[in-house]
Every structure is written in C-alpha cells, then in structure tokens.
Design a protein around this ligand. Sequence first.
Ligand SMILES: Cc1cc2nc3c(=O)[nH]c(=O)nc-3n(C[C@H](O)[C@H](O)[C@H](O)COP(=O)(O)OP(=O)(O)OC[C@H]3O[C@@H](n4cnc5c(N)ncnc54)[C@H](O)[C@@H]3O)c2cc1C
Length: 426
Amino acid sequence: MDTFDCLIVGTGPAGLGAAFHLSDRHPGIKILLLDKEGMTTGGLRNDCKMNFTFPIGFPREYWDRKKADEMITLVKEHLHPRIMPKHNIAIYKQRAQRLGVELIEIKQSHLGTDGGIVLINELMAQIQTRDIEVSLRETMKDIDAERYVAITDKREISYKKLILAPGRQGFSFLQTIMDKLDIPYVDNIVDIGVRIETREEYYPIVRDYYDPKFLFPDRARTFCTNSGKAFVVKEKYQSQSGTHYFSVNGHAFSEKRNGIGLVNFALLKTVGLTQPLASGHTYGEMLGQVVMLMGGGKPIMQRVGDFRLGKRSKEESFNKDLYDFEPTLRSSTPGDISLAMPAKILRVIWKSMKLLDTIVPGVMHPSTIIYYPEIKLYANKPQFLDDYFQAAEDVYAIGDGAGTSRGIIAAWASGIRAAIGILNDF
Ligand SMILES: Cc1cc2nc3c(=O)[nH]c(=O)nc-3n(C[C@H](O)[C@H](O)[C@H](O)COP(=O)(O)OP(=O)(O)OC[C@H]3O[C@@H](n4cnc5c(N)ncnc54)[C@H](O)[C@@H]3O)c2cc1C
C-alpha cells in the first residue's frame, strides 16, 4: 500500500498552503496531494481576488488579527501579491460613517479568472520541483481511521497525518468523515442574499476601489465585487436530499481584457440560527429549492424599478425599452424576489441597498438588476481538539469546507496553521 507522512485531500488554497508550508519547513516529508478534479486548485480558478486584510475571509471564531497577520505574512511568500491602489475613498468613508455603515479598507490583489489559471500553473510547477506527489482525478471516499488508511475510488492509502481540505462543495464528503469519526460539530450559520448588477457609472466607486467592502447594520455586507469584463454566473449545488438548486456568483477577467461597462457584487446577510432549527445548511438548501420552484429551475432576476413598484419583472423588463443593459446571466427567470426570500432577510437587504445608494448615489437606478439567491453555505464546523484545526487524532480539517476560512487567503492561512501543528510532531 502507498504510504505517506501526510495525505492532503484537496488542492485548493487550503491544501496548497499546508503542502507548501510542510515542504518549506521539513523538505524530506513525504506528501501526497489528492484532488478529484482534473485541474487542480478549486477557488484560485475563480476570479482570484486575494484579500490580505483581517477580518476579510477569516471567521472570527478561529482568528484574531494577530494570528491572521502572522499567517498572512507567510502566505505572501508564495503568492507575491500586487496590491491594488485605492483613491478618493475618504468621501465614501465619511458618508458611510454618518449612516452607521463601515467601509473597510483592505489590501487586495486581483488576477482575474485568466490570471488565476496562470498562478495555478506556476504553483503546480513549483510543487513538481519538491518532494510532493500529486494525484488528480482521484476521489477520497472513506476512511479507516484505526488503520490510518484513506480509501479512494482507486486504492487504499496509508498516512501518518491526514488533512481534509475539500472546500465548500466537499461538504457531504466532510460530513461523512465527521460522522464516521464521531467528530462533534456546529452548523448554525448561513449567508443569504442577492447579487446586484449595474452599470459601472452607477457604481463609480469601483474605479477607485476595486472591491469595496461595506459593513451594514444587522450583519449585512457587500462581498465579491467584479468590474471590467465582469459576469454574473450560476453554480449548481446538490442538496443533501439529492436535489439540485442554483446559487448565483460573479467573476471578472483580468484588466488585460476589455471591460463591458458592468459591475456586479453580492449583498449578503449572515443568518445565525438557534434552537430548534439548528442547521444553516438545510435552511440554505430549502431556500435554494424555493427559488427552483418560483424560477422554473433557474435563479430569479428583478429590476430595481419593478421591485420598488412591488411588481414582478417580466421579459419586457429586459427588452432594452426603458432599461439600458442586458443581464449577463441570461439564464435566470424574470420574477419577484419578495415571493421567494424570507421577509426578515429581505428587509435587511433592501435597507442596506438604500444605505448604499445614499453613499454611492446611482446604484439603485431602476435598471439595476437584483439576482436571487446568492447562498454561502458554511459547512458544519468541527469542534477542534487544538489550535491547529485537528478534528480527530491526526486528522485535520481546514479551509472553507471546515469553516476555518471564507476566501483564498484565509484558506491558505488555515493550511499553514494545520501544517504548523503537524510539524510539532515531526
Ligand atoms: C465563482 C467563485 C468565485 C470566487 N471568487 C473568490 C475570490 O475572488 N476571492 C476569494 O478570496 N475567494 C473567492 N471564492 C471563494 C474561494 O474559492 C474559496 O474561499 C477557496 O477556494 C477555499 O479554498 P479551499 O481550499 O478550502 O477549497 P477549494 O478551493 O474549493 O478546494 C477544494 C478542493 O478539494 C477537492 N475535493 C473535494 N472533495 C474531494 C474528495 N473527496 N477527494 C478529492 N478531492 C476533493 C475539490 O475538487 C477542490 O479542488 C470564490 C468562489 C467561487 C465559487
């Protein structure tokens, strides 16, 4: 049987962060990086905005500024960010402050979806110069923890340390392993919201600050702003019951590509559930299903003008008559978001949009499109045994899948933290 000091499942930023740190600090260590996909590194492939400022992407239950800053310094050694400049934001900050809204200034670099692929190729070329084996198109299915053996669709692999970094889409896999190993977990947080798409001239702040992070009252925030050659996309998710639903998202290409004059960004509200409804995951999935029903199997889109008047959008709302741009996600259904989104969430989102329109006047132009749903599920969070994300003896769980991160840089940083814990034993 193949035997490794450390088996890492997932070649996203969390897995890579762990692999690089282990091999940097302990060059002789025998590592296998495993991924079920053909092209490695899940999230670096999508838009690749990298945020180097706490708390963006760093869940506060696991991170404080000091710890995050220590890890960010190490992450930079491999990702060499080119931080984008910001201009003229004092006026926006001042307006925000007056309304009880915070505009956080963050250090961010943006490679774009095309630039992300270049970075992935560079990182994989570096991996090949090290003592790290990579196996793509191999899926870990099960574990025999007593024998320290991982079972994949191709073979059994023996490990001394196992790092699980399967990302958000690896939720069901991680859950299977947690159930099998009796790892206790909490699952009560979910982000629900919309994606806004508008003309760049109605949201001109993006010319000065590529991805402005506004924090509104009631745990609402802007997230993942894209401009230039920017598109709204839909992602297909499978629920625990086997049915499918869509969440919208957005991405942009690098500045090298010609822009299309549109901006998109998410406006999300964090929902924390308490007893007796404890599962944020199930709740998010059920909301996704409601939209499948209302949108005929597609996400819903609505013009702000229609929303304001309390009427659904129809095909005519998108016919270039009154309104002046086409949606980039054509495969969504013109409809009525307020029929599908719970009132408490809708109220907060709408209030946040009005606040945003006061800070950046124009964003609520009648032609602006609201897409629903954008759902961020945070997998059930294991209760860790130590500060290094050890979930069971010699089994570590990191990255977005385990809830230790919500973005590329924090995922990479959580990989480093697990690696530090592992190195204590070598
Ligand atoms: C469209 C989109 C755009 C995004 N844009 C940004 C952005 O601009 N900036 C940002 O900071 N974040 C962004 N994110 C979020 C970011 O991608 C994640 O935060 C990050 O990738 C999490 O890293 P991870 O290593 O935990 O998981 P992932 O990157 O998801 O990697 C997990 C890997 O594990 C593999 N895997 C899963 N299960 C198994 C298994 N059983 N066996 C073998 N392999 C398995 C998967 O194939 C995958 O390659 C975006 C996400 C999406 C979907």
